[in-house]
Write a protein that binds this ligand. Structure first.
Ligand code: SAM
Length: 350
């Protein structure tokens, strides 16, 4: 049985799934309209406070409740559907969001703490709302609840930019993108000034206050869906979602010529040593050029599994990576030494 816990929540239910071999899940694109249609009539959320060291006011994002995603699956009669043939259903993962089942479920339902570090670091780069992200092409690899991208989108929704910004969110599991990642983006929009026109068009009782510091329930109506879609277009945002393994995403990017993104983010994805070469190759293929901002946030060491920054750096600088044309170096740009050390490293390609 495979299990470890390195997150920020208390939901450490014992895993019951047997270990499976990491398999190559195909690249599957989920369209925005598909994700909008899959939203339930109501989503409940709770505050996710994020401490910022920039001196700016700490930020709180609204995050969809896992129990609500669980309720959705049960009420839609999808409770027993395995996402990957022969594996556990998404409901099984929702009951044990901390547990990783290699090749089946990779922990994306839960928010891992280094994703909050990434928000802190990204916040420090900003001089005004979204100034450095709007107009960029952004990829978050192994996004899970996608808090860094949700934060960047929230900043764009708070500003008045309409420069074409592309955000691609990737997770191993399609159910994570549908049940948590996308609802979190809807919540970020609703909590921002961009939803003002929509809120003015509905009765007070139809929508919760735009205060992410208190838990609430957001009714998902046809008019909310239309207002969200219009707002996304007005801000020049295009959203892409894909599930599948890193191997399949890399192949997909190569088929499109690679070098597609100005900002490539990933958090808590370097825990498994044998997955490091493919992750590094993917990051390399994704970066548009040497100016791309490629950030890896992680624990210094993942006890019990062996991954961490020294293994990542060894792989990044290895001859094997050089032979594949993906050699790189990394410098630490953010660090927390208290408890289990955490870092953010900026990767440069050589
Ligand atoms: C521990 S979770 C971290 C989630 C999120 N980045 C965070 O920090 O909260 C690891 C993430 O990496 C993705 N992942 C891990 N191994 C993968 C693989 N071989 N192919 C594709 N995705 C993978 C999973 O989908 C999962 O969302």
């Amino acid at each position: 049985m495979f299990k470890f816990d390195f997150g920020i929540e208390d939901d450490n239910t014992e895993a019951t799934q047997p270990e499976t071999i990491l398999q190559s899940e195909p690249f599957v694109e989920l369209s925005l309209s598909q994700l909008i249609e899959s939203l339930p009539p109501l989503i409940s959320y709770s505050p996710l406070p994020i401490r910022l060291s920039s001196g700016r006011k700490n930020i709180t994002l609204a995050r969809r409740d896992l129990f609500d995603a669980r309720f959705q699956l049960i009420s839609e009669g999808r409770g027993d559907e395995p996402e990957i043939p022969g594996s556990t259903s998404a409901l099984g993962f929702l009951d044990a969001p901390s547990d990783l089942v290699p090749g089946v479920y990779e922990g994306g339902l839960k928010t891992w703490e280094c994703s909050l570090d990434l928000v802190d670091y990204l916040d420090g780069l900003e001089d005004s709302n979204a100034a450095y992200v709007s107009g960029k092409r952004i990829l978050e690899v192994g996004c899970g609840t996608a808090i860094p991208s949700v934060y960047l989108l929230y900043r764009i929704f708070c500003g008045d930019s309409n420069a074409a910004t592309h955000v691609h969110l990737q997770d191993y599991n399609a159910s994570v993108l549908e049940l948590i990642t996308f609802p979190n983006i809807i919540l970020a929009w609703y909590m921002s000034p961009s939803s003002a026109e929509y809120r003015a068009s509905i009765a007070d009782t139809e929508g919760p206050p735009t205060d992410p510091t208190v838990s609430g329930e957001l009714p998902i109506t046809p008019s909310l869906k239309s207002a969200f879609t219009a707002s996304v277009a007005k801000h020049g945002i295009s959203l892409a979602f894909s599930s599948g393994s890193w191997e399949s995403l890399k192949t997909h990017l190569e088929s499109r010529g690679g070098a597609l993104y100005d900002i490539v983010l990933t958090s808590e994805t370097i825990y498994r040593i044998e997955a490091l070469p493919i992750l590094i190759e993917l990051l390399h293929r994704a970066c548009a050029d040497s100016d791309s901002l490629c950030l890896v946030a992680a624990k210094v060491l993942y006890f019990g599994v062996g991954g961490g920054f020294s293994e990542f750096l060894a792989a990044l600088e290895s001859k094997a990576m050089a032979d594949r044309g993906c050699s790189g170096t990394a410098e630490s740009v953010w660090e927390r030494k208290v408890g289990v050390g955490r870092k953010i490293m900026r990767v440069s390609w050589v």
